[in-house]
Design a protein around this ligand. Sequence first.
Ligand code: SF4
Length: 455
Amino acid sequence: MTDSAIVTDSAIKKYLNERIPRYTSYPTAPHFSAAVGPLSYRDWLMAVPGGARLSLYLHVPFCETLCWYCGCHTSITRHRAPIERYVETLEREITHIAGLVGSHRVAHIHWGGGTPSIVGPGLFLAVISRLQQRFAVEPDAEIAIEIDPRHLDAGMAAALGQGGVTRASLGIQTLDHAAQKAAARIQSLEMTQACANRLRRAGIRDLNVDLLYGLPHETVASCEASVGAALTLNPARISVFGYAHVPAMMKHQRVIDAAALPNAEERLRQEQVIGDTLVRAGYLRIGLDHYARPDDALAKAQLSGRLRRNFQGYTDDPADALIGFGASSIGRLLQGYVQNASGIKDWGDRIEAGGLATVRGIAVTPEDDLRADIIERLMCDLQADIPAALRRHGFDAGWLDTELFELEPLVADGLARIDRGVITVPEASRNLVRRVASQFDAYLDPAAGRHAVAV
Ligand code: SF4
């Protein structure tokens, strides 16, 4: 057995500023290419076996105003016409894809954005009804939607209830007024509470909350205050992300004063105070950045080893394939990943021309599947059994000995233990699990600097 002392602060600091993928997929999205296009996707859809269970993702890339910290593909509008056109095209895409893949069972539907509730009650219910016509949506399917609490009226909340939504994610991010001002997103706790009440009155049983640390002007004290306030909503899950300042990719982030951003050590303390507060309140840590009440499905999935990782983060969704709809959406099929055109017009033109909007993707190899499995287990369970993974995927014992050998410096720094090929990331190094997982990433180019810092 290779072991080490407890991870030290200096060891953690050593890895803080490394830029590492979040591994919501493997291979990660920057490695998708035009080698996979509509023809491959068409074949992959038609090859989905009968009896497979699908998960559906719908992307709505519109918001009423832009938050300067935003890292999503979204477009700002206060007009109905572009939204109506978009939803019309989305329905067309649903019909077309359903025709290719067949009427499979659907256990999860996720509406992401942007602000998906911006479509309004009528269009929302029209899309739900189209999905129900074209797929066998299970009666107890989880239907989740991301909500901007600043813009959800009683009519839309009622439509979400009527459409069978079971889970809503409320973006709070921070209640630090200086940070809200710097991001041009003013949102009081009362506003969020009113939104949560509307959703609960509409029958939506599970509410999630999203928090961000590392925002300009945020402090350890204000992060602690934000999470304390968020707990008053009694959320089932809380996701805690570090703000990723990547102005080279997200040009609007240039408005953010980089001098007001907390440094790596402050970010770490902010992340720790939020996590400690949640654990004291009885929440279970889920993987890298989620927390769940013990009665929540995600907590149960973690305890029973069924936790999965996908583009929405952590999930208990055991679907055989994920089908994405809308501009920039990503899908995962047995054969690989596909991504739609990111531009709304580009995506719309391709769908309106009667085709698929796939512009990028990657066909996965057996080696990719093996590495993806190991990375997913590390990200979900903080543990991966390498000999068992090699057997599962039909590789010879010893095939990953180089990777195990190269883990030794991380073991020496306390980021991992290795016992007879079973890698375990100790609790104290949980927030550096990506660093351990990255040892199995055959595509990683640490010099590229396109990913968020490790904490
Ligand atoms: S509401 Fe969300 S998606 Fe829209 S701009 Fe703000 S952070 Fe981005």
